[in-house]
Ligand binder design. Structure first.
Ligand code: ATP
Length: 350
């Protein structure tokens, strides 16, 4: 089955897809490509259009404009059952009255696969999700994580060309969610399955993805590798939505220097010409105790996080900074004065 998955892995191409619900533009001209064997995460806040996009790919929604292609073949008008797409949703949606084995066998029965072949492939899929031995249980006799693994086995058992996962671990507790994320990643790599994973959880997106597409209000804000999204976000929305951030705006005064709107000067690593309006992003963990750009400020909030201290500092010129430092010594108390610094190359200009 593993080799069949790799051979069958497909390329997905979405071009200019638009979908309105009355006044709401749920999708406003979305284009993206997912390479064979790639895991692309769609990350965005509630209502940004993630589920609608997945429904268009799966065939449950017909777009007003645009096209969906698998390996160059237009599938925009094809009914869901003929798309060969495996899907897992947040609310398991297992058949409650069927055993684990029958649940997993279902897509094969739909495809008129022979009995012996069904038994063999169901057993294989259950082994892949580490549920061998659970064949005769009913869904209600399983934990939430196990139920999601059955759903996953059912989604991959027919060697789909594409796997779609819509917040599949949303209902699980944090620890189990982390375990399942790693399991899905391992399985997806092993089978070489082209996969779209939807989440509003930026940590989950960073852990899982080859690339992330960040969505807001029906449009894709940026589509890039996880490091690119985190280190070099394209705009305020992406910088703010992914990770903790200090975002300021200003004007390039000379190449390599930005004057922030409050008047503070920053040395940066950017050759944008003088007069350019820019945003600057400083991640909290990129501050040290010294650096080319120095700030002193009063601690207004301090939190101990095990391995790090998280400090909110009120600095000169009304600048407020969020800073993370390795937890050493005692946690600075509110009111204490603290100096921090950041190097030009640690500042992202956009
Ligand atoms: P969530 O993370 O909350 O699931 P989402 O990013 O998946 O959100 P969608 O479910 O795609 O967002 O919804 C996008 C927009 O389209 C929302 O404003 C939603 O209210 C609207 N919408 C989605 N489906 C319908 C529908 N069937 N009828 C009317 N409006 C809809």
């Amino acid at each position: 089955m593993a080799s069949a998955g790799v051979e069958g892995s497909a390329e997905l191409r979405i071009d200019g897809v638009a979908k309105r619900f009355g006044e709401v533009a749920a999708l406003d001209g979305v284009s993206l490509q997912v390479a064979p064997g790639e895991l692309l995460t769609i990350l965005g806040p509630s209502g940004s259009g993630k589920t609608t996009l997945l429904k268009v790919v799966a065939g449950f929604e017909r777009p007003d404009a645009g096209s969906v292609k698998i390996d160059g073949m237009e599938i925009t008008a094809l009914p869901p059952a003929r798309r060969d797409i495996g899907m897992v949703f947040q609310n398991y949606a297992l058949f409650p009255h069927l055993t684990v084995e029958r649940n997993v066998a279902f897509p094969l029965e739909m495809r008129n696969v022979g009995k012996l072949e069904i038994a063999r492939r169901a057993a294989e899929a259950l082994a892949l999700v580490e549920l061998a031995g659970y064949e005769q249980r009913l869904p209600r006799q399983l934990s939430g994580g196990q139920q999601q693994r059955v759903a996953l086995a059912r989604a991959i058992v027919f060697n789909p060309r594409l796997l779609l996962l819509d917040e599949p671990f949303g209902a699980l507790d944090r620890k189990l969610r982390e375990t399942m994320q790693l399991e899905v990643r391992r399985l997806q790599r092993r089978l070489g399955l082209t996969t779209i994973f939807i989440t509003h959880d930026q940590e989950e997106a960073l852990v899982l993805s080859d690339r992330i597409a960040v969505m807001n209000k029906g449009t894709i804000q940026q589509i890039a590798t996880t490091t690119e999204i985190y280190e070099r976000p394209a705009n305020d929305f992406v910088a703010d939505f992914v990770g903790e951030s200090n975002i300021f705006h200003g004007t390039v005064s000379t190449p390599g220097t930005v004057t922030l709107d409050g008047g503070r000067m920053l040395k940066v690593n950017s050759d944008r010409p003088a007069g350019t309006k820019v945003g600057v992003l400083m991640r909290p963990e990129r501050f040290g105790t010294e650096g080319t750009n120095l700030f002193t400020g009063e601690v207004i909030e301090s939190v101990y996080l095990g391995t790090s201290f998280k400090l909110r500092l009120a600095c000169e010129g009304g600048l407020e900074l969020l800073v993370r430092q390795p937890a050493r010594g005692t946690l600075p108390a509110p009111g204490a004065r603290v100096a921090v610094g950041i190097e030009p190359e640690a500042i992202h200009v956009f």
